[in-house]
Design a protein around this ligand. Structure first.
Ligand code: NAD
Length: 303
């Protein structure tokens, strides 16, 4: 299959590219390298260093003629989105609309879209959070990622493009940027390996759904042939505290520096984990890498 992966030089996208190549598919990557890296793109995939809004994308679509477009390019930071809502919407809303327009014009069969389970639902009314939970994002990023979902469904209604929309929990694993804002696991691993202290926000008892990136890549492989018209959470269904993350990482990195505790992060949802029964039922997907094993693989890659 010919698959165009937007954001394929980023953290999650690069793992999807690898999984598609391993399954024997032909892969083209579109990425402006805003946060992605050339070195993340596996040999065997063609990287086009181009913005979602660039005219050049027309030529890339016409020449490569993708059958499936997997859309992972995004402004992926809650913090950046809140500081610059216009940029956030231009990339996540406008960029998605542009990509879908090209999908329609070029007869793409299916779009796979990466939405954000951790932000589109907002403050959970009950746990675990299933797909029918009200959509009530509390950030510009959560809002713009949901706008992307709406554009995908619009293209399905008006142009008959098939889709699968995934709402991920908190991804972690190799190639996540330890200097970024997104991933506490990557940030703490980077600090511990550098012999520096980690600061836990609040009391550290807040619980989130942390999912190993390899399991996300596998869901994206299954979506090539399954999950037609599906909007599904992709997570573990289990909440893990930041204190527990700290302990597991300290052991994996042989770090003995005590954690520091800072003020709680303003506006942060305290407890959050996803109900992933739908993905299991419709796609036969469930996570296979345990938290401890995922941490081991992450630490190994960052060493
Ligand atoms: P990332 O920043 O590593 O990947 C995003 C990629 O998009 C980068 O390679 C970046 O260079 C590229 N990009 C950004 N703007 C672009 C533009 N205008 N044109 C072309 N390319 C552009 O982030 P990630 O964590 O790998 O996230 C990938 C996707 O998954 C995003 O859509 C994000 O919203 C979604 N997501 C991530 C998580 C998570 O926990 N990391 C959770 C839920 C959803």
């Amino acid at each position: 299959m010919r698959i165009l992966v937007s954001g394929g030089a980023g953290f999650i996208g690069s793992h999807i590219v690898e999984a598609y190549l391993a399954a024997g598919h032909e892969v083209a990557v579109v990425d402006n390298l805003a946060t992605g890296r050339r070195a993340n793109v596996a040999r065997g995939a063609t990287l086009h260093e181009v913005d979602l809004h660039a005219r050049e994308l027309e030529r890339i679509f016409a020449e490569f003629r993708p059958e499936v477009v997997n859309h992972h390019a995004a402004q992926a930071s809650v913090k950046v989105g809140n500081a610059d809502p216009v940029h956030d919407l231009e990339v996540n809303g406008g960029g998605t609309a542009r990509l879908l327009q090209l999908c329609v014009e070029n007869g793409v069969r299916k779009v796979i879209y990466s939405s954000s389970g951790g932000t589109v639902y907002g403050e959970p009314r009950s746990l675990p959070v299933a797909e029918d939970h009200p959509i009530a994002p509390r950030s510009n990023y959560g809002t713009s990622k949901y706008v992307g979902e709406l554009y995908v469904q619009l293209a399905a209604r008006t142009a008959g493009i098939d889709y699968t929309i995934f709402r991920y929990g908190n991804a972690f694993g190799p190639r996540q940027d330890p200097h970024g804002e997104a991933g506490v696991i990557a940030i703490f691993t980077g600090l511990m390996l550098a012999g520096q202290p980690c600061t836990i926000d609040g009391d550290g008892e807040q619980k989130k759904d942390y999912l190993y990136v390899g399991d996300i890549a596998r869901a994206n492989v299954l979506a090539l042939d399954g999950g037609s018209g599906l909007v599904a959470n992709i997570g573990t269904g289990v909440g893990i505290t930041v204190n527990h993350i700290f302990q597991v990482l300290a052991q994996a990195t042989e770090n003995t520096i005590a954690a520091r505790y800072g003020p709680p992060r303003a506006g942060d949802v305290r407890n959050f984990w996803l109900d992933c029964a739908l993905a299991k039922r419709e796609l036969g997907w469930e996570p296979t890498v345990s938290f401890e094993e995922g941490v081991r693989l992450t630490v190994e890659s960052l060493r």
